[in-house]
Write a protein that binds this ligand. Structure first.
Ligand code: CTP
Length: 403
């Protein structure tokens, strides 16, 4: 899956002959799963039509400060456009547009949006070979790089002038490869290996029955998917669930019982940087498992249970530099119980769910958690979708490595 999947790409097109290639570029972005909006300078419309680009991007194309149908009534909000974008790509970037970007000139919508952009701005220069080598152009490239913008270098080849040399806009396929590599290299969890447990465990009573719980696995899967999107290499040890991984780079180890989950976690724990235990592991299992289906012969029936191994506790015992994060699901004395768990299981952070909070817990799309770190610093969070809780948890992981 492309790192551009789900990303919001703002494509700015300035007036050079290479503008005709942006139709292919938009198609490649859409194929990669990106959402695309296009801004054109007035001059670029001589080289490619807005209709082509709006059809391919599935969005209206922006070009002037006002919507043309009703010039007085509707302002085209360049600030909103700029803030919408996860990345802005200016391709082709002509010598004229580059120079205006450096000086802060703001005489068209593309430039106004550029000045409002907070995301990374990439620019793919396109011009004749002598223009490309001119000291003023080179100085502009340097200035833009000091602004934090990223150059997608021009390629060598035949130019519109008939001359041959450096200055051709990078081919759309190469622009895509460049962007994917650059984004990958800057992902905050790149190089980190994360073990995540998810879902319930099933403890067999006989060949057809088990003791389980209502965990859907959603919280653990959301953390796993988001961690992989942030560049981590993820090992997801999962009990039985209907959840799906959405990032194919995740290594999924499917298990059924607490014992299997314990073994799978211990097999990899040494090699990971972070472990997040989101699974609802059964605390007890039948002491013996009947080899044949148990018949209903008596009026009452007792199953003797014994404790399962506490996976998180055991990881806390052997941890070296790993960041260890656990969950606590409590119904009373929440904070005190969670603090005890931090100490008992040797955790760096606990994510506390209180069943007293509406919208928190099993089989819900939302969660309301409180973070408590090993110094007992408390951070209550708002009720939010589990995906957003996953993001909050991974922000804690990122902060651990970079702050
Ligand atoms: N956990 C685990 N292995 C177990 C039980 C729990 O790894 N056998 C992990 C869970 O994944 C969770 C944390 O421990 O991250 C807390 O689980 P919880 O059931 O809330 O706490 P327990 O320690 O089991 O204590 P109690 O049930 O008494 O509250």
């Amino acid at each position: 899956m492309s790192v551009l999947n789900g990303k919001k790409v703002l494509l700015g097109i300035s007036g050079g002959i290479a503008a005709y290639k942006t139709a292919s570029l938009v198609r490649l972005f859409i194929k990669a799963g990106a959402h695309v909006q296009v801004i054109m300078t007035p001059a670029s419309k001589d080289f490619v039509t807005p209709l082509t680009l709006s059809t391919l991007s599935k969005n209206p194309v922006h070009s002037s400060f006002y919507y043309e149908e009703d010039q007085n009534a509707q302002w085209n909000n360049h600030v909103e456009l700029a803030l919408w974008a996860d990345l802005m790509v200016i391709a082709p970037a002509t010598a004229n547009t580059l120079s205006k970007m450096v000086s802060g000139t703001c005489d068209n919508l593309l430039l106004a949006t550029y000045l409002s952009a907070k995301c990374t701005v990439y620019f793919a220069p396109a011009m004749d070979l002598d223009m490309y080598k001119h000291p003023s152009t080179l100085a502009n490239f340097l200035s833009l790089e000091t602004f934090g913008n990223v150059i997608i270098p021009a390629e060598n080849g035949e130019l519109a002038s008939g001359l041959s040399g450096e200055g051709r806009m990078a081919e759309p396929e190469n622009i895509l490869i460049f962007l994917e590599k650059d984004i990958q290299s800057k992902l905050p969890l790149r190089g980190k290996k994360i073990l995540i447990t998810a879902g319930p465990t099933y403890e067999a009573i006989d060949p057809v029955r088990f003791i389980g719980n209502h965990s859907s696995g959603k919280m653990g899967y959301d953390i796993a998917n988001e961690a992989a999107n942030l560049g981590a290499s993820v090992i997801l040890v999962s009990g039985p669930t209907h959840c799906k991984i959405t990032n194919s780079s995740i290594e999924l180890i499917s298990v059924t019982s607490a014992e299997e989950m314990y073994d799978a976690c211990h097999a990899v724990f040494d090699s990971v940087d972070v472990a997040i235990a989101a699974a609802a592991v059964a605390d007890y299992k039948p002491k013996t498992v009947a080899t044949q289906k148990i018949k209903k012969s008596t009026d009452d029936f007792t199953i003797q249970l014994e404790k399962t191994k506490d996976i998180l506790f055991s990881l806390g015992q052997i941890k070296k530099n790993q960041l260890l994060i656990g969950f606590a699901l409590e119904t009373e004395n929440e904070i005190e119980n969670a603090k005890l768990k931090i100490q008992k299981k040797n955790l760096d952070l606990i994510v506390l769910n209180s069943l007293q909070d509406e919208g928190a817990g099993f089989k819900k799309e939302t969660n309301k958690v409180t973070f408590i770190d090993k110094n007992f610093f408390l951070e209550p969070m708002d009720l939010k979708p589990k995906e957003a809780v996953a993001t909050d948890i991974l922000n804690k992981v990122i902060a651990h490595f970079y702050e």
